[in-house]
Design a protein around this ligand. Sequence first.
Ligand SMILES: C[S@@+](CC[C@H](N)C(=O)[O-])C[C@H]1O[C@@H](n2cnc3c(N)ncnc32)[C@H](O)[C@@H]1O
Length: 210
Amino acid sequence: MTPRRGRTPGNLNPERTAFYDAEAERYDATRGGQERARAAAEAITRFVPAPGRLVDVAGGTGIVSAELAARGFDVLVTDLSPGMLRVAAGRLPGREVVATADRLPVRQGSVDVVTMVWLLHLLTIPLADAAVVEAARVLRPGGHLVATVDKDLAHGRGRRTGADAADRVALVAVRAGLHLVGQDSFSGRSTWGSATQGDPVFPLAAYRKA
Ligand SMILES: C[S@@+](CC[C@H](N)C(=O)[O-])C[C@H]1O[C@@H](n2cnc3c(N)ncnc32)[C@H](O)[C@@H]1O
């Protein structure tokens, strides 16, 4: 899928960008690596088994995006962090673009699937809501948004922002025309600040555009 280049990224957060730029080189090794990425992609494809055009919003190093591409999806990776996207470019050359989650460089109604893996919990509630609304804008009727929810709880931590609380996201999604159609999970040995014994299990929710 070709992004619409030249659209100015909107709500960029310089602090968050600097954090992930600095993390990029060690990100994959410390966040569950290939095994976690494969588990995430498998769970996503259980919701949307037929491959199509997919935007992996906040796809970071592209480790999950590449697993989705390997399963036949035509993937575009978007992210705030140029450092993370440099790693993604090694996996999916030319398929990466800097963009904030609430302003995607993609035409309205042109996408089959939007994924947000480990994104919403990082955002403020207004920004998370705007990201869900933006996903609804770019999805075609019948398309799916698949997002991780309740991520901090999976790690045994308190919530950072509550922006990815499953019940809340489902309500926001309904207002944007997206209806909850399923819930699943995947596990990954992410050692990043996890307070759980064993591998955390990350809940995933799927919403379908009417
Ligand atoms: C925890 S990482 C997840 C990366 C990838 N989805 C994965 O599962 O490996 C969070 C990513 O969100 C990106 N990010 C944070 N805020 C964002 C925003 N407002 N818009 C787009 N990307 C954002 C960060 O740069 C980072 O790459």
